[in-house]
Design a protein around this ligand. Structure first.
Ligand SMILES: Cc1ncc(COP(=O)(O)O)c(C=O)c1O
Length: 393
């Protein structure tokens, strides 16, 4: 197993609410208006916490989101709604009622769209799912190392899937070129200079996850540390948006978790001035949703000033976290977490047990008084591999 890497953020600003401008209420009122909306469970793991020498651990279980086995559609649905609303207002001079959008096929069939994005799996499936609900077309670009089962999950939503030679970044570049040529609407969760509005809405939509978790917790249970797994950093920026926006001076310490094989945020924070940098690894982690080579240009400035620290871990920790969640310690509730879903807990296990992180526990003030929250961002999205991993003891 390769040793973990940890960097305390030299650019961290204790209170930096001015870098985050998300409209939480707008996202919440959209999600609350959806006929199929329900908050996802927040699972308490007191026995695992005791075993690790902590006060408590909470897992926000996003595998239950909209029946899609991953959190991504909470962002994609909101962003597509905001886009259609803007179009609708420009044409009709009035807002598009969100409750009508998903309760029947999107009414305005006179303006059909082709939605497109690049994806490591879950976001593409989410965009394809939303497009299908609205009777629109989706074309989804995937990197060549994507497993067949993930490609099939996107195709099952009636989307066209285009496989691109190279990694995720190559898929993004090809998708952007084709969208421009064909007049398709990009619904990307990563941003780049000149393409930021939709990724902003996607991150705004993710805020609902943290609001729900907050609502489910009593005040003395609020987390001291929240570990967030990052691909391009959109979910991480949303976490920062929620906590720093809501609790400017008392927000939990935010810790970013990436695979060693795809650690673009850690590399960015490690680059002298904290400029965006590329991942150095092969981007072939089993945490496939995190196999991204470059941070989102919109997420990065937020993550850079609001995250306390950055951790990159070997895949072995992810497998161990999946087993820990599934086999549940002494009466804790079992959680089905995929490789990427388990990454937050994997980071916590590494912080507790990796000798390479010896002094870090103290630096983070990780003690028997600490309450930790992680997000299970996906369930068993690759069921065969999931079974293989949980069978290993
Ligand atoms: C299951 C899962 N978790 C976490 C992430 C990371 O999200 P982001 O790319 O916004 O950092 C992804 C990204 O696709 C994902 O699929």
């Amino acid at each position: 197993m390769l040793p973990s890497r940890f960097i305390a953020n030299p650019f961290f600003i204790e209170s930096s609410p001015e870098v985050v401008r998300f409209d939480l209420n707008r996202a919440l009122s959209f999600h609350h208006s959806l006929p199929f909306y329900q908050p996802t469970p927040l699972v308490r793991l007191p026995n695992l916490a005791r075993k690790l020498g902590l006060k408590n651990i909470f897992v926000k279980d996003e595998s239950h989101r909209f029946g899609l086995n991953a959190f991504k559609a909470i962002g994609a649905s909101y962003a597509i709604y905001r886009f259609l609303d803007e179009q609708h207002q420009a044409r009709n001079g009035e807002p598009l009622a969100s409750e009508l959008l998903f309760s029947r096929k999107y009414a305005d069939q006179s303006h059909p769209y082709t939605f497109t994005t690049a994806t490591d799996g879950n976001h593409g499936r989410a965009v394809a799912w939303v497009a299908r609900q609205l009777g629109q077309r989706a074309v989804i670009y995937v990197p060549e190392n994507m497993k067949e089962i993930r490609k099939q999950a996107i195709e099952a939503e009636k989307a066209e899937v285009i496989m691109v030679a190279g990694h995720y970044d190559a898929a993004v570049a090809q998708m952007a070129r084709d969208a421009e040529q064909n007049g398709w609407q990009i619904i990307s969760d990563t941003a780049w200079p000149g393409y930021e509005q939709i990724p902003h809405w996607i991150m705004e939509g993710y805020q609902t996850i943290f609001y729900e978790a907050d609502q489910a917790l009593a005040s003395k249970e609020k987390p001291d540390i929240v570990l967030i797994q990052a691909g391009v950093g959109g979910l991480a920026a949303a976490a920062a948006g929620y906590y720093v926006g809501r609790y400017p001076n008392t927000h939990p310490k935010l810790v970013c978790v990436e695979p060693l094989d795809a650690d673009c945020l850690l590399e960015s924070i490690a680059s002298g001035k904290g400029e965006m940098a590329h991942a150095k690894g092969q981007q072939n982690s089993i945490m496939s949703g995190l196999n991204c080579g470059t941070p989102s240009s919109l997420a990065w400035p937020i993550v850079k000033s609001c995250f306390h620290s950055f951790l990159a871990i070997d895949d072995t920790w992810a497998a161990r976290a999946m087993r820990t969640l599934f086999h549940a310690h002494r009466g804790d509730q079992p959680v089905v977490a995929g490789e990427t879903g388990a990454a937050g807990l994997a980071g916590l296990l590494a912080l507790c047990d990796d000798p390479a992180l010896g002094t870090i526990r103290e630096r983070l003030h990780l003690t028997d008084q600490s309450t930790i929250m992680v997000i299970n961002t996906e369930g068993d999205t690759d069921p065969e591999h999931f079974q293989e991993i949980i069978r290993q003891r």
